[in-house]
Design a protein around this ligand. Structure first.
Ligand SMILES: [Zn+2]
Length: 320
């Protein structure tokens, strides 16, 4: 009985706060649940799917509430989703938003940035994001999303310039928490960072880790990515790992090693083919894929991942 009463009261207070929240953008109507991870840390989990599914809510965002304010990590895929997140945060805390940290600049993680910026949050991003910000690809992507995610992404949605660029390991220690920002350089995107939150020991990895499935390699620098994962694998005492997509990693160390082993396997197996000047089709057919074949997303992504790594290995060889 007491349980039902408290759930009821929680519902009422959520309603009161939500009613007071002022929306500026068209309201998104997806299911979004702010889940508690540890004493200071909460997160929302996007749905599985492609970028334009679920009103664009396919990536995760993390919220850290310390004694005096709030840090948000990643801003979701539209201003509307960012407002929906913020309205949820307001049901549990009225503290001001100190900062928003962007793990990397990809559309599904950044179109909500302006919501936090407009509320005075400082925007932190990894050094190198200007390569994306100034690119034609970024402009085209936004143009396309204004169409495919209308009305949640619109003419009022803009690319937000960071206030501070992170280009080295950076520690923020204040008000009962410690954030260690690890600068990774080029890995999953033009520039990536991860955040380790203490004393909770929660690791926010952005898209550098894909939980329980093979990653989307894209045009990333697989060499730098692999080095990063090797560093991470040595990290002890991680209580929870929040990836850029998908659920909390049940076994953080395993999640890191899975992605690492996959990338290492791609580079090693394809590398010997590149050295022998074999064609991509030849090498691909000759590789035993059984260690990874049963993982989700293998059939959708492995061949294209292998091709991207093959091209980058050829390039690396020419640069040597
Ligand atoms: Zn992503």
């Amino acid at each position: 009985m007491r349980y039902y009463l408290s759930v009821f009261l929680l519902g009422i207070s959520a309603f009161i706060h939500a009613a007071a929240f002022e929306y500026k953008y068209p309201r998104s109507s997806v299911e979004m649940v702010l889940k508690k991870v540890s004493k200071h840390v909460y997160f929302v989990q996007g749905a599985r799917g492609i970028a334009t599914d679920n009103q664009g809510f396919i990536s995760n965002a993390t919220v850290v509430i310390d004694d005096k304010g709030i840090t948000v990590i990643d801003a979701l895929g539209s201003p509307s989703l960012a407002e929906q997140l913020l309205s949820q945060v307001r049901t549990i805390s009225d503290l001001h938003i100190k900062r928003i940290i962007s793990t990397h600049y990809h559309a599904d993680h950044i179109y909500g940035l302006q919501v936090f910026e407009e509320r005075g949050a400082k925007v932190l991003a990894p050094y190198g994001v200007h390569e994306y910000l100034n690119s034609e690809a970024a402009a085209n992507r936004l143009e396309e999303r204004r169409f495919s995610l209308e009305p949640w992404v619109s003419e009022t949605t803009r690319l937000v310039e960071p206030d501070e660029l992170i280009d080295k390991p950076t520690i923020i220690e204040e008000d009962g928490i410690k954030l260690t920002i690890n600068y990774l350089g080029k890995s999953h995107s033009e520039a990536d960072l991860t955040v380790f939150i203490e004393p909770d020991n929660v690791f926010v990895t952005g898209d550098v880790i894909f939980e329980g499935r093979i990653p989307f390699v894209g045009d990333s620098d697989s060499k730098a990515w692999l080095n990063t994962l090797n560093d991470m694998a040595g990290k002890k005492g991680i209580e929870a790992l929040i990836p850029g997509h998908g659920g909390l990693a049940g076994d953080p160390e395993k999640a890191i090693t899975l992605t690492r082993d996959y990338l290492a396997y791609l580079r090693k197996q394809l590398g010997s083919g590149v050295e022998e000047m074999m064609s991509f089709a030849e090498v691909y057919e000759s590789i035993d894929w059984s260690p990874f074949e049963k993982l989700p997303a293998f059939h959708a992504g492995n061949r294209i991942n292998a091709y991207q790594v093959f091209l980058s290995l050829e390039k690396e060889m020419l640069e040597e």
